[in-house]
Design a protein around this ligand. Structure first.
Ligand code: ZN
Ligand code: ZN
Ligand code: ZN
Length: 257
């Protein structure tokens, strides 16, 4: 089955440009250097699956003309991956009388329930809330004829999820990819990896570290995401192997599920 992946956002938690920053990348005229918070949209079988709802989701959805959303998968509950949840509202209404399902690791689902109590413990009678329901992930998630396999990665002190679906995998925040997870990432056409910057960071991967993962797993194509303002798009791409590119907002890729 053919699938299409759209990069909604390729930036780190603060986005690029970063508020108040005077660096060259934050002032770049290249649209590839404008990075909203990290998220991708998958389209297949007439359905649309979102991975993470960022604080930039509204802007991303308008930019890409999103009119339908059938499920949301969460990698983890850091602010840059969840704060757009309220903007799921107009797309959730389409599911009446049902609700738009949100999939997350059990502890992440619990966190979302507490963080957004006004949504999930609603006794507010006048509408105006996203019609969403949490579904804890307890194994591979079957969605509309495709299987999303959760892939555990280490993000600082947390174990969070990336997802593999068919010949593509999306790992957005990781300081380490455990051996058992690497085994789930063989034979890929497309592999997304965290590459925050070149200098080490306690909770994120670097360009060199992610290049080592690419070398080990040998996907056909690899794309870096969660990128900060240290990495100018053009100049950084010029240093990367031919099958490895920085992703950018609005990038679209076709693959097989
Ligand atoms: Zn993040
Ligand atoms: Zn900057
Ligand atoms: Zn994070």
């Amino acid at each position: 089955m053919k699938a299409r992946l759209t990069v909604l956002g390729s930036g780190t938690s603060m986005g690029v440009p970063t508020i108040g920053c005077d660096c060259a990348v934050c002032h770049s005229a290249d649209p590839h250097d404008r990075r909203t918070r990290p998220s991708v949209l998958l389209e297949y079988n007439g359905k649309f699956v979102l991975i993470d709802s960022t604080p930039d989701f509204r802007e991303q959805a308008i930019r890409e003309g999103i009119r339908q959303l059938d499920a949301v998968l969460y990698t983890h509950t850091h602010a840059d991956h969840i704060l757009g949840i309220d903007d799921l509202r107009p797309l959730s209404f389409r599911h009446k009388p049902n609700k738009l399902p949100l999939y997350a690791k059990p502890e992440a689902a619990e966190f979302l329930r507490n963080m957004f109590r006004y949504i999930f413990d609603a006794n507010y009678k006048f509408g105006g809330l996203p019609l969403v329901e949490l579904r804890p992930i307890d194994g591979p998630v079957e969605l509309f004829g495709a299987t999303f396999e959760p892939v555990t990665v280490i993000h600082g002190e947390n174990e969070i999820y990336g997802f593999r679906v068919g010949s593509a995998a999306y790992l957005t925040d990781h300081s380490e990819v455990p051996k058992a997870s690497l085994e789930k990432l063989r034979g890929l056409d497309i592999l997304f990896l965290d590459a925050l910057r070149r200098t080490p960071h306690p909770t994120h991967s670097t360009v060199d570290n992610s290049l080592r993962i690419v070398e080990e797993l040998k996907p056909k194509r690899a794309f870096f995401t969660h990128i900060c303002h240290d990495l100018p798009h053009e100049a950084t791409n010029a240093t990367l192997p031919e099958n490895v590119r920085l992703s950018y907002d609005g990038m679209k890729l076709e693959f097989e599920i």
